[in-house]
Design a binder for this molecule. Structure first.
Ligand SMILES: *[C@@H]1O[C@H](CO)[C@@H](O)[C@H](O)[C@H]1NC(C)=O
Ligand SMILES: *[C@@H]1O[C@H](CO)[C@@H](O)[C@H](O)[C@H]1NC(C)=O
Ligand SMILES: *[C@@H]1O[C@H](CO)[C@@H](O)[C@H](O)[C@H]1NC(C)=O
Ligand SMILES: *[C@@H]1O[C@H](CO)[C@@H](O)[C@H](O)[C@H]1NC(C)=O
Ligand SMILES: *[C@@H]1O[C@H](CO)[C@@H](O)[C@H](O)[C@H]1NC(C)=O
Ligand SMILES: *[C@@H]1O[C@H](CO)[C@@H](O)[C@H](O)[C@H]1NC(C)=O
Length: 602
């Protein structure tokens, strides 16, 4: 049983030298600045990024093979004041030369036009490959929300409902997907357990041919073998053929057991949304995404070659190749600036209710890699931002794509409301170019975004707050070695509240109390532009042992302890700042203490 008196006596013990880590909530640890580039740290990071890319481009770095790879990068932010933080456009030597040759041909013969764009730029069109899946889920969410996410897909796809009625999966779960168990969300979140593709990517009979397959050691398949896809690369499968084939394919895993990437899932999602809305999927994407966002260089299929970066031989580049009914999984085309516009709209929730966006930007499953999860259709990376005395994880939501001579990547960092778009085209793109670029971008940007957030939070919120009449005061500052804003001193009616708060919260007396503030993501904006901004405090005893390697014990279980102490229903760990219409902090109120402390203006 907790005895406050005993605990307070124990406070007299001197603090130990060892300090446990500060553990913030998951999510942003600083408010998001409107102008990142005002930060000198950010400016330096962007300069260093530019210097690195300059060197890569000049020296044909093996990371991108810049002689033959063209690429465009944008770092964008959701801030209205500063939507574009950085851009980079590299035109491959080979593409520039192809452009000169095309120009020469046209000079000699005006009707001999080689279509294409021969310089990388914000509006040049590249192919997206699987990055298309972001547009597909976005279309679904904008059209129908996520209320049907837990419905079985059989409700919307009659072919799959019929398969369930036949009962094959019940009799033989090894041989047949139990579609009754597969939800809409499982298809979007890559946990359906269904086959990855049907008749396409990876199907040897389509991609290499049956004779070569036999040379490779596969047994011959006769013409009437029902497992032999009659369609795929060419001719493409129509809906009837797709489902006939799909329903013969064994599951990879049970539904919702483990993430396993499927393209078929996205094709099925499009059929389902068409059934729900009674419109074509392509039409819905135009209606819900392209038109509202004003995307002028984004195409669901058959993009005009005149707008495209087409490296090497057009026939081999994959520019013209269409996926047919599998379009929703990987067919699209876009420009880097349109992709950034898409990213901004997700971060700003312009097309979805904010709560739907928050649900969307979450992992749907973990993965076998400790720092990675899987969303819809996100790959989630958990980035550790190192602090000397704190744990801090930033979740990045990305989607990559690769098709023909193209590669693409979209990364969203909701903790900063910043993201990056990467488009790549080349006939010798190294396999990992999109992520090589992301590693470089993230390596420079994430620490700088964190530092810029801290600098600007310190400038805005840091300082002394007081209510002399109540003998109450508060001192706030940021610290380079810890996440969030620190409350360095906190007096209420003459009492040291840092100690009281940690004692009440932890149920024993702390020897090294710490109180740090983190944005709660709650803001009340008044018509005159003034705001109330809520922060959540974490009360910690830093003298607890660090437990980096324990199996169950943790030194970072902060989420369990929020609002654990209330006074007259009001949380002791909730601080609300009052900001004037110009964004200056005027005062702070601790909700439990019910006192408004005015900020001392410098
Ligand atoms: C890339 O281009 C540079 C400059 O023209 C040239 O010196 C270099 O040899 C090229 N690299 C390769 C691998 O072709
Ligand atoms: C000019 O180019 C067009 C299109 O490629 C071709 O059909 C035509 O024969 C060319 N004319 C001459 C004179 O080469
Ligand atoms: C073709 O293969 C299928 C499946 O292995 C088999 O059932 C069928 O008898 C074969 N037909 C001929 C003509 O060999
Ligand atoms: C799909 O193609 C097959 C074979 O050409 C044809 O028999 C069938 O009618 C087609 N189905 C649809 C829905 O077009
Ligand atoms: C301050 O504490 C004294 C008792 O020590 C109490 O009488 C008084 O009401 C308190 N004032 C405020 C504003 O909390
Ligand atoms: C305010 O509190 C401090 C202790 O923090 C005390 O020394 C001081 O006398 C108090 N002042 C008043 C006016 O109560």
């Amino acid at each position: 049983m907790f005895c406050p008196k005993k605990a307070l006596v124990a406070l007299l013990l001197p603090p130990l030298a060892v300090a446990g880590p500060n553990c913030p909530p998951l999510g942003p640890v600083y408010p998001k600045p409107a102008r990142w580039r005002d930060s000198p740290t950010m400016q330096t990071a962007l300069d260093n990024l530019a210097a690195t890319l300059t060197w890569w481009d000049a020296n044909d770095s093996p990371a991108v093979r810049a002689n033959t790879t063209s690429y465009s990068i944008e770092v964008f932010s959701a801030s209205a004041e500063e939507p574009l933080l950085f851009s980079w456009h590299h035109t491959a030597k080979s593409l520039a030369e192809a452009g000169e040759a095309a120009e020469e041909r046209r000079r000699r013969n005006a009707s001999d036009v080689v279509e294409g764009v021969f310089a990388a730029g914000p509006d040049a069109v590249y192919r997206l490959g699987s990055l298309t899946k972001v547009f597909t889920v976005y279309t679904w969410l904008a059209q129908d929300g996520d209320a049907k996410w837990n419905d079985p897909i059989t409700k919307y796809v009659p072919e799959l409902a019929r398969a369930v009625a036949e009962g094959k999966a019940r009799q033989d779960p090894v041989g047949h997907v139990n579609w009754e168990e597969v939800t809409v969300g499982a298809l979007a979140g890559q946990t359906s357990g269904a086959i990855r593709d049907y008749g396409l990517m990876g199907e040897i009979t389509q991609e290499l041919g049956r004779d070569l397959a036999v040379d490779l050691g596969f047994p011959p398949l006769n013409d009437s073998d029902p497992t032999l896809p009659p369609c795929g690369l060419w001719p493409q499968c129509n809906r009837t053929q797709f489902f006939e084939g799909l329903l013969r394919a064994p599951p990879s895993f049970a539904a919702s057991a483990t993430p396993a990437y499927t393209n078929t899932g996205y094709q099925i999602l499009a059929y389902a949304l068409e059934a729900i809305k009674g419109k074509s999927f392509e039409e819905m994407m135009h209606e819900s995404i392209f038109r509202p966002l004003g995307l002028k260089h984004t195409y669901y299929r058959n993009a005009p070659a005149s707008e495209g970066i087409i490296p090497g031989e057009r026939a081999e580049s994959g520019w013209d190749y269409q996926l047919g009914d599998e379009n929703p999984a990987g067919n699209m085309y876009s420009s880097v600036s349109d992709l950034s516009a898409l990213g901004r709209s997700i971060l700003r929730s312009t097309l979805l209710p904010p709560a739907v966006t928050r649900r969307w930007l979450k992992p749907a499953a973990m993965s076998s890699e400790l720092i990675a999860g899987v969303g819809s259709p996100w790959g989630v990376r958990r980035i550790v931002v190192p602090y000397a005395n704190g744990k801090r994880v930033v979740d990045a939501f990305n989607k990559a794509g690769r098709i023909g001579y193209y590669s693409a990547l979209l990364v969203l960092l909701p903790d900063y409301d910043v993201g990056f778009s990467v488009m790549i085209a080349g006939d010798e793109i190294p396999g990992n170019t999109n992520f090589n670029l992301a590693d470089i971008l993230g390596g420079f940007l994430v620490p700088a975004l964190e530092a810029a957030g801290r600098e600007q939070a310190a400038a805005r919120y840091g300082g002394e707050y007081a209510d002399k009449a109540r003998n109450a005061s508060l001192r706030i500052a940021a610290h380079e070695d810890r996440p969030g804003l620190g409350i360095e001193a906190w007096i209420s009616n003459g009492t040291d509240m840092r100690t009281v708060a940690v004692v009440l919260q932890s149920g024993y007396s702390p020897v090294d109390p710490s109180v740090r503030l983190y944005p709660a993501g709650l803001e009340t904006v008044r018509p005159d532009g003034s705001r109330r901004v809520a922060f959540k405090a974490v009360f910690e005893d830093l003298n607890l042992p660090a437990r980096p390697d324990s199996m169950f014990s943790t030194d970072c279980g902060t989420w369990v302890s929020f609002t654990a102490v209330t006074y007259g229903t009001r949380p002791l760990d909730q601080f609300v700042f009052e900001l004037d219409p110009e964004g200056r902090v005027v005062s702070v109120e601790n909700l439990a203490l019910r006192a408004v402390l005015k900020k001392k203006q410098q």
